[in-house]
Design a protein around this ligand. Structure first.
Ligand code: GLA
Length: 436
């Protein structure tokens, strides 16, 4: 298989321009209600798990108090089923009064006081996918202004119950309307997911100009099958999708389901690794109150996050699908570093995969590899060095690879600030060994 040289990859990426709101220069991170809590509105019988202000306040507390915010998970995103079935007398959306008695503005303040941001959900169409009031074309300005007046920082605009023509008009109009509020509001467009995700029905050039991220494909479900299906679709279509991503404009393969019921520990590492390679938004949908320590360690893995948040913002690619059912994924990173993921689709036992960096298209030279999930460093690798990685069934081995040269010059370390993760105004320099 022929690999695109890095140079042409970069050229492709810099040719794209992003929505000019200055937001989400690295993929957004946070928590969203949908996959785990769906449209559970039964607060009477299931008060802890229903869509209510308590759920979002609880998750905000967890993000702020359990080390998530420091790792970059700073958004709490309300998904569907938050609103009242009726607009107010002035035609504005309003939250369900029983489940959100304090209102959205108060919830936004609660989050902002903790250094977090609030996301909300709307739907371009007559109804949301869950049957709540939608945003028809005539309501776009009103809804943008309402969200801004509440202090909302992010909008996911779904596309149930609208046709192609309405979407063609509505998604750009909402982008304008959000900008016109003067409040910086990250904008996620589900538009491509409703148009098959591929050109010619989807115009990614336009999407990048009007949205910060977009759902390209089907909803994630709580299973390894679903993670594999999404992974396959994104990498089967990488020639189209990969060049479209970059700072401020991201493909969104949907939420992280790590910490729920469907993934083993190995499969959880696989999702984290693949989402990092894809430069995907890291938006968890899980119960942060009861997360296992394994799930937390995977989601808070500093190296995986740093790879995901690399400032160059180049989405990675699948390099190889071996007959042995091993697949190799690669993402170029700043400071001449890169990430490699070896994924096993096998269902038998750990597989010993033999290869070399040269076989993975690395140029001659001397490298070190930091193993993201074991924390071990492999040194003395030349491009030609044959090595073996042992990959568990449905698991991964993930490496952060960097040229040895950099390490020998103390200056270079200061100069390069390896992978600088900028969150708000606080830059965090991640230098191996990564903090966990
Ligand atoms: C669609 C979206 C999901 C979620 C639900 C809510 O299916 O793709 O992410 O927002 O609607 O009803």
């Amino acid at each position: 298989m022929k690999l695109l040289p890095v140079i042409s990859l970069l050229a492709l990426t810099s040719a794209t321009s992003a929505l000019d709101n200055g937001l989400m220069r690295t993929p957004p991170m946070g928590w969203m209600s949908w996959e785990r809590f769906r449209c559970n509105i039964d607060c009477e019988n299931d008060p802890k798990n229903c869509i209510s202000e308590n759920l979002f306040r609880d998750m905000a507390d967890r993000l702020a108090e359990d080390g998530w915010k420091e790792m970059g998970y700073d958004h709490v995103m309300i998904d569907d089923c938050w609103s009242s079935m009726l607009r107010d007398k002035d035609g504005r959306l309003q939250p369900d009064p029983q489940r959100f008695p304090g209102g959205i503005a108060k919830l936004a303040r609660y989050l902002h006081d903790r250094g977090l941001k609030l996301g909300i959900y709307g739907d371009l169409g007559t109804h949301t996918c869950g049957g709540y009031p939608g945003t028809t074309l005539d309501k776009i300005d009103t809804d943008a202004q309402t969200f801004a007046s509440w202090g909302v920082d992010f909008l996911k605009l779904d596309g149930c119950y609208s046709n192609e023509e309405e979407q063609q008009k509505g998604y750009p109009l909402m982008s304008k309307a959000l900008n016109a509020t003067g409040r910086p509001i990250g904008y996620s467009c589900s538009w491509p997911a409703y148009r098959g995700g591929l050109p010619p029905s989807v115009n990614y050039t336009l999407l990048g100009e009007i949205c910060n991220l977009w759902r390209n494909y089907d909803d994630i479900q709580d299973s390894w099958d679903s993670v594999q299906d999404i992974t396959d679709w994104f990498f089967d279509n990488q020639e189209i999708l990969q060049p479209e991503a970059g700072p401020g404009r991201w493909n969104d393969p949907d939420m992280l389901i790590i910490g729920n019921f469907g993934l083993s520990v190995d499969q959880s590492r696989s999702q984290m690794a693949l989402w990092a390679i894809m430069a995907a938004p890291l938006i968890m949908s899980n119960n942060l109150r009861t997360l296992s320590s394994e799930a937390r360690a995977i989601l808070q893995n500093g190296a995986a996050i740093a790879i995901n948040q690399d400032p160059m913002g180049v989405q990675g690619r699948r390099l190889l699908q071996e007959r042995s059912q091993i697949e190799v994924y690669w993402r170029p990173l700043s400071q001449s570093a890169s990430a490699l993921v070896f994924l096993s689709r096998r269902q038998d036992m750990p597989y010993r995969y033999h290869t070399s960096l040269a076989k993975l298209n690395y140029t001659a030279g001397s490298y070190e590899a930091y193993d993201v999930f074991t924390g071990k460093t492999l040194s003395g690798l030349s491009a030609a060095t044959e090595f073996t990685v042992s990959i568990n069934p449905s698991g991964v081995v993930m490496w952060y690879v960097y040229p040895k040269m950099h390490y020998e010059h103390p200056h270079a370390i200061v100069h390069m600030v390896w992978i600088c993760v900028k969150r708000g105004s606080v830059p965090i320099a991640v230098i191996p060994p990564f903090h966990h």
